[in-house]
Design a protein around this ligand. Sequence first.
Ligand SMILES: C[S@@+](CC[C@H](N)C(=O)[O-])C[C@H]1O[C@@H](n2cnc3c(N)ncnc32)[C@H](O)[C@@H]1O
Length: 282
Amino acid sequence: MDSQRENSLRLLAENCVNFDAELLALLDKVYSEKGWDFRNYKMSSVKRRVMKRLNARNVSSCADYLEVLDSDKAEYARFFSSLTIKVSEFFREPEAFSALEAAMASFYRRSEGLRVWSCGAAYGEEAYTLAIILSEFLSPGALERTRIFATDIDGAALDCARKARYRDESLRNVSTERRRAYFEEEEGVFKVRFGIRNLVKFGCLDIVSHSPLLKIDVLACRNVFIYFNKRLQEEVFWKIDYALNPGGVLMMGKAEAIPSSFAYGYERLAACTNIYRKRDRR
Ligand SMILES: C[S@@+](CC[C@H](N)C(=O)[O-])C[C@H]1O[C@@H](n2cnc3c(N)ncnc32)[C@H](O)[C@@H]1O
């Protein structure tokens, strides 16, 4: 290797080491100032998101970005919003929801009230999808006794979720019949009808630092674990497992998996979908 190339590779490596150290200092500061703990999120994705904020604020290092945060407190909210990715849609990965409908028919009675949790609910599409499925499956009396909780770390996203207004592209997996039955359209905006909206209770919950909900029968935690590193996935899965009743149904995202130390406790319900039943070990 010629010495010029060797030199530039060494500089690149040194810059990377500096960037990583500065990034950790930035995440520490965000945690101590705001309590948002991104330190065990997947660093590749965190780095991409932080670089976006650096570019947006026209600074070239995390150290400079720390000064931006000190001088403009509103930047914290933008940083937070950039790190919590809220891409979602109704009936996302439709085959998973078909598998859920089959699981409901096999394991639950129509007359049974259920406790359901959408953890990492973003703008509410997943929680309302669950509400639609439950309203079709359960008897009116059971639906009245059913509780659907939708939580997220991002309170501003939940405020949007409560308004329940969506663009057409969020509904691309929703059939014409369901669009008609569950949405009111006005000038290209689709509002979830009151009967479905009223079934879902939204609340802020950081699954990394807060305690989980309890006694849950159906739990969707989809496309949240992909942002965590392996250690955090294990820690958070402990809470998910604690929340779920024996025999309960768990939905995870397509690119996610149950950590290996918990795998023995779960049975996969449908090939090609990440939907599981917690084994009853009582
Ligand atoms: C890509 S969205 C997934 C939305 C939906 N579950 C789905 O699969 O379509 C990821 C969501 O996880 C939330 N999230 C990230 N970290 C979280 C945490 N520590 N606690 C709770 N929610 C978190 C984000 O705010 C975001 O709304």
